[in-house]
Design a protein around this ligand. Sequence first.
Ligand SMILES: *[C@@H]1O[C@H](CO)[C@@H](O)[C@H](O)[C@H]1NC(C)=O
Ligand SMILES: *[C@@H]1O[C@H](CO)[C@@H](O)[C@H](O)[C@H]1NC(C)=O
Length: 336
Amino acid sequence: MLFSQSKLLPTLLLIIWVFFHTFCLSQNVIEYLPGFPGKLPFKLETGYIGVGEKEEVQLFYYFFESESNPEEDPLMLWLTGGPGCSSLHGVTYEIGPFTIDFLNSNGSLPSLMLKEHAWTKVTNIIFLDQPVGTGFSYATTPEAFHSNDTYATELDYEFLRKWFISHPKYINNPLYIGGDSYSGITVPLIVNNVYRGNEAGIKPQMNIRGYVLGNPYTDEFGEANEVVPYAHRMGLLSDRLYHSAKVNCHGNYINVDPENILCLNDLERINQGAPLVLLYTWANNKFVRKTLYIREVLVLTFNFFFVVLSYTMNYGHDDYELTYATVKGARPPLVR
Ligand SMILES: *[C@@H]1O[C@H](CO)[C@@H](O)[C@H](O)[C@H]1NC(C)=O
Ligand SMILES: *[C@@H]1O[C@H](CO)[C@@H](O)[C@H](O)[C@H]1NC(C)=O
């Protein structure tokens, strides 16, 4: 027998490792997407960039070039929250150029359609799967799956430096960092890293102009509890269901007494929200993953939330929650 079973596994792993490391810095232009009729009317690139001491963290990104004037339009790095929410959520349900066409989709391969108000019409946007373990990003060692706010955002800054090195034509575009939800914690930290890096003379110097946050995370209970009244104000919940929940849950929709069946029933009806299922189906389709050049490494099933194995929220804390107001050293843009 050539290989005992105990030798076979490490050998196989080594072969897989060598295989993946031959395309460490990958950049792929994608012209067609499964579910989208015809050629994409914008430039889409996907890729992995290795960060960390031994590039043990491989971060996946989607880059959409601005449909207006990519040479001069702003460049934005966009993060989604979680931590652990795939940036594909940003692409489809937030500011990106396409979304799922629910009306014309069935369970096998959901259809895609263009979004009228996509920010990519006037902005170059990098949608980043971060921290490690999110979306299609992965680590090459088990230890490297551990992460936290400060470390993850250092890696995001390293990602950005390397991205600029491999895409030098965007270095003079006005740079913005943006994100939603948990990015209320991470975006200011990245902006801080960029400012500090610029001041310390780290190359490439970045033309940082500002940052943008949508529904940024600041206060856990207040924000989560406000979802129900907000949904009512926006006309997403009927008066009847909202008032029933308000009375039955005594205005507290988060810490619910498990015996309070009336409240739980109302919350169950309230939570029957938008169907994300079709997007899971699309992102888990083999053909889609091949088209996006996804490395089938440790990435198992695509899911939006809480796929991050080990993440410590070490930045925000109870008595100082408005972290998005705390970027240090913010000042007028660099003079070039
Ligand atoms: C789902 O949609 C695809 C593409 O439009 C079509 O080819 C397929 O037959 C549909 N499947 C079902 C079960 O309706
Ligand atoms: C954050 O994570 C890094 C990498 O795993 C680790 O070295 C560091 O000690 C962690 N910091 C905190 C405050 O947990």
